[in-house]
Design a protein around this ligand. Sequence first.
Ligand SMILES: *[C@@H]1O[C@H](CO)[C@@H](O)[C@H](O)[C@H]1NC(C)=O
Ligand SMILES: *[C@@H]1O[C@H](CO)[C@@H](O)[C@H](O)[C@H]1NC(C)=O
Ligand SMILES: *[C@@H]1O[C@H](CO)[C@@H](O)[C@H](O)[C@H]1NC(C)=O
Ligand SMILES: *[C@@H]1O[C@H](CO)[C@@H](O)[C@H](O)[C@H]1NC(C)=O
Length: 424
Amino acid sequence: MGALHLLFLTLSAVAITAVTAHNITDMLAPLPDYSVFNKYLTETKLADEINTRDSITVLVLNNAAMTALAGNHPPSVIKNALRLHVLLDYYDPTKLHKISEGSVLTTTLYQTTGNAPGKLGFVNITDLKGGKVGFGSAAPGSKLDSSYTKSVKQLPYNISVLEINQPIIAPGILTAPAPSASDVNITAALEKAGCKTFVQLITSSGVLKVFESAVSKGLTLFAPSDEAFKAKGVPDLGKLTNAELVSLLQYHALASYTPFGTLKTTKAPITTLATNGAGKYDLKVKTAGDSVTLDTGVDSSRVASTVVDATPLCIFTVDNVLLPADLFGKSPSPAPGPAPEVSPSPAPSGPVPAPAPGSAAAPSPFLSPPAPPTSAPAGGPAEGPAAESQNSSSDDSAGVVIAPAVVQALVSVALSVIISVLLS
Ligand SMILES: *[C@@H]1O[C@H](CO)[C@@H](O)[C@H](O)[C@H]1NC(C)=O
Ligand SMILES: *[C@@H]1O[C@H](CO)[C@@H](O)[C@H](O)[C@H]1NC(C)=O
Ligand SMILES: *[C@@H]1O[C@H](CO)[C@@H](O)[C@H](O)[C@H]1NC(C)=O
Ligand SMILES: *[C@@H]1O[C@H](CO)[C@@H](O)[C@H](O)[C@H]1NC(C)=O
């Protein structure tokens, strides 16, 4: 009985640990001085990245300072500038005034983008005379232009929010802007990332044009690697009607800017570009530690790497072709009318009975000698946090890393406590 009680306590503690404990948007919401800062955290989706991390410090700017920083800069530039204001360490006012040797360099979220050469991704915190604390870029020659003004909020030792009087600017961060979405050549980026088959398909089907016209309002692509199309179990795409192929390809896209940190916090099923009145075409997101998996109801795939994160465009690679249940669901189709074998019909837009995933009787143009369905993208490590930051070629990231080791350690401590109690 006691043991059972403890078991419940331990299990719930573990469950809480795996879930994010803070919500920066909610923390700042009651504070009108930071409403502009908060608005930008939401728009750039940095809020999601902040919410998936522990032991961090957010240096906030009041509305006037934040408005001045944002200026007319594109979202991707503002996002990088704000990333420099998220320190990957917990500093409450006490710790600020107790910095050893009076000065320290601390890592920021900007460093995790892999696009901050030298010390650009670090912030210098220096305990100045008279109780003043100065902040500045750690890049050589930078001044400590920003000062700590006051403590805003702390949830020890998860997140600390401190106000500084001026933005911290790293050299070049505002003037040499991160690539904006309009600079990104989608097909070139996909080809470079090893997704040539996907490029061929979206080009020949005309879906590329749909993607390109969606970019300005926000677009996220999940591009299957070339290996993914060769894997066993991938249906013969040559047997799909045009409309089905278009739906399948549009199923690999979201009509929103959804960077990795945001994917991680997504709980409800997400709609895709293929979603329409007649078909759900949705995806479920599953997160385990650093890994994000997309579940279609028919198959699932790991999100393997971030190819582009340039607000408002995100491109990821995925290990498997995402097979929408609307086309490939195994359940006997509700069949509005008889199901013809395959008719190259002029494209009904509703759910169309399709060949079952296993029934690749005819050789697929994409089918080739055995490739394991779960094979990792060429050149990338198959597992582990490092996989997420591979191939990051743009202004981001996917460097979003929550130490899975912490969760693991907690789970194993919990289990050993349970076992020892049960044995005693
Ligand atoms: C954080 O709070 C905002 C505003 O209440 C909400 O829209 C958002 O979904 C929350 N985020 C998470 C991860 O719960
Ligand atoms: C921080 O900046 C100050 C002023 O430029 C410099 O004297 C100090 O050495 C820097 N601290 C570190 C840890 O580099
Ligand atoms: C800090 O986060 C942990 C879980 O990550 C949570 O259990 C704890 O309550 C949080 N502390 C505060 C003060 O919110
Ligand atoms: C984009 O890259 C492709 C190669 O993948 C190239 O053929 C095309 O001309 C490029 N488009 C633009 C607008 O530069």
